[in-house]
Ligand binder design. Sequence first.
Ligand SMILES: N[C@@H](CCC(=O)N[C@@H](CS)C(=O)NCC(=O)O)C(=O)O
Length: 248
Amino acid sequence: MIDFHYAPTPNGWKVAIMLEETGLPYDLKPVSLHDGDQFAPDFLAISPNAKMPAILDHAPAEGYGTAPLPVFESGAILLYLAEKAGRFAPPLTDRRARKELDEWLFWQTGSQGPMGGQLSHYRNYAPEADRDYGFRRYLGEYERTMAVLENRLRERPYILGGAYSIADMQAFPWAFIAKPLGSSLDRFPSVADWRGRLKARPAVRRAIDLMKDRQNRGTGKRTVENDSGTFNQNADRLLAAGRGGTGA
Ligand SMILES: N[C@@H](CCC(=O)N[C@@H](CS)C(=O)NCC(=O)O)C(=O)O
C-alpha cells in the first residue's frame, strides 16, 4: 500500500492523476498546509522540502528493498510510480524518448510549476496593495511557458508524441487552472484541446475532485494577511526542524 500525502492543489493533482490512472492502491493522508502539517517531523522525514505531494510506499517496487520507501517531488514520484506500474513512460531502453521525458519533467518542475505558483500567489494571496507588479511579471512568465507547451503540442497530441504519459500528468494541472490564475488559453488552442482531452479522462476527473471541498478558495480563504505561516516563510522553521529526509 502507498501512503499518499496530499492536499487538493495543482501539485497534489499530478500524483493523484497517476495513482488513479494506474489503479495502484493508495491510502490518502490529507496534509493540512494551513495547519502546518508539512512541518511535522514524520512528514519532513518523507519530504524534507516541507511540501506535498509525497508518498511512502510500504511495498516498494522491485530492486528498492523491503523497507518502506519515501519519495518527494512530484516528478520523482511520477517516475517511480511509472516504473512500479510499468506504464505511462517510455521504456528505459528507448534512450531518446527517456531523454525527452526527463526534459519535460524538468521543464515543468523548473519553469511551468514555479511560474504558475508565483502567479497564483500574486493573483490570489498577496496583499491587494502589493499585487500589481508581481501579477504582471508572473502572468508574462506563465504565459511564456504556455507558449512553449503550445508549440510542443501543435504537432503532437501529447507532450511525448502519440502516447499519453507522466509528462502530460505533470503539466496538466497548471494549464487546467489558467482561468483562475487570471490568464486564458485563448492564444493557446493546442493546449486548450489537450487540456480538454485530459480533463475528459475519468481518472483525471477523479483526481481533480479528490478532497475538492478542502480547496483554498471562496469564503474563509487563507491569504498572506491571515496565514503568514504558509505564505510568508523563511529559513527558521526548517532549520529548527533539522530534518533532511531519509536515505544515504
Ligand atoms: N516542485 C514541487 C512543488 C510542491 C509544492 O509547491 N507544494 C505546495 C502546495 S501546491 C506545498 O506543499 N506548500 C506548502 C508550503 O509551502 O508550506 C512538486 O512538484 O512536488
